[in-house]
Design a protein around this ligand. Sequence first.
Ligand code: GLN
Length: 523
Amino acid sequence: MKYIVVTGGVLSGLGKGVVVASIGRILKAMNFNTIPIKIDGYVNVDPGTMNPYEHGEVYVLRDGSETDLDLGHYERFMNIDLDGNSNITTGKIYKSVIDKERRGDYLGKTVQIIPHITDEIEGEIEKLKSDIVLIEVGGTVGDIETMVFLESLRQMSIKKYNEFLFIHLSYVPIVTTGEQKTKPTQHSAKELLGLGIRPEIIIGRCEQDLEESTRKKIAMFCGVDDKCVMGSPDVDDIYKIPLILEKQKLGSIICDKLKLKYLAPEFNKWKNFVEKIESPAHDIDIGIVGKYTGLEDAYLSIKESFKHAGAANNCRVNLHWFESEEIKSGDLKVLDGILVPGGFGMRGVEGKINAVKFARENNIPFLGICLGMHVAIIEFARHVCGLEANTTEINKNVEHPVIDILPEQRKIYKKGGTMRLGAYPCVLERNTTAHKLYKKDEISERHRHRYEVNPDYIKFLEENGLKFSGKSPDGNLMEMVELPGHLYFTACQFHPEYQSRLENPAPLFLGLVRAALKRKINE
Ligand code: GLN
């Protein structure tokens, strides 16, 4: 087994996750089984408890793990499904060590950062079995938070001398004279050397391609080969990055360093998709009515899902973000489609309900996800059926709780289960939009929620024209709903955006993009 470790220098926010995902893509394209793992320095056990404004989107895996959004990049770029072992945090490591200490597993020993925490980290990394384990260390070298992880990796790299390769991603600023400056990179490489880690490949994030002189200077001062310094310039689309790195021969250099057999990576299909993203024949405007629109990372997987569905339809999807608390229906008039994403709490819910009403009444293609499905049902119950309806998440005493926590689910949550998390099967009814899009009788999609459609209202809502097109196999949980007769009005309890890939776009996003495009062309 081989290990590739990617560290970051100078600045955070360089897009290290995307670079790591791109390296993963190159390894995959060379036919190596690769498992990525993200190390996060924060003390939260996982990001599930963090506000999206703090941390961006919480990315949910098939097994229900709530993880860092970089795992979304890995899954999308590498077209794989990961499990919770691919994300470790300071919190997770310390919790496990402290649990062991309380059980007496350390047999009276003093429990210390070295060796107990470092060994725990090593144990976590060694759980992953693959040709190559690709490790991203979050933050920048020198952060106190990730010191112990770097120490653990250093120790591992000594034990497995021939199996480790360190890649350092750094920042190359351009100053007013137009010069590319290498000093920050020299300093951060030195900092890494001071910790006993020698990077063998340096990737310089820069506005532009690295100049030959920049490359040479970094190579000389950081002690790496000229050809092992490569540039990762700003791009208009992240899916270009694997191609840019491969052009600089990253794949063959990795093979060379790790003594792996080089097989030229296959990128034809990927190039095809990238071309479609770059110069599509059509374009549409989609509005996203959400609560965290100030930070696009809060809806990262949704943003990417639109790129995937757009590329498949030869169409650019221009996204317009609307803060649901401030929205006016006039704002929505120019849109070809509307999406209401998931969310928690009451802020902005009434604005979302108004957006759904506008989409329903004006035959504008609409997709509701999770809370977006809840508001679609509340809107229908209120304005079509005339009920004083709400979700008990917002109003516990409402006359018609069309969305509620179901008694069975309540039992699970009382026992400490925090939410319904991860992939669950969903059975689709034939002759529905859902079935036409998925082309299957049973699907599996990922969830993250507590509240469900209240079964007491299902018959009534269906009699009034809504159609529940997807249900849990036992028929108790409503997973999908649609409005027959509308151009495209679909909502789902799960999050289809977590499984969308460039090579395999999420069917519900495809449906929305197609319907929006059709509407625009016919107008
Ligand atoms: N807040 C809602 C619930 O817990 C919806 C969650 C979501 O949209 N992910 O059920």
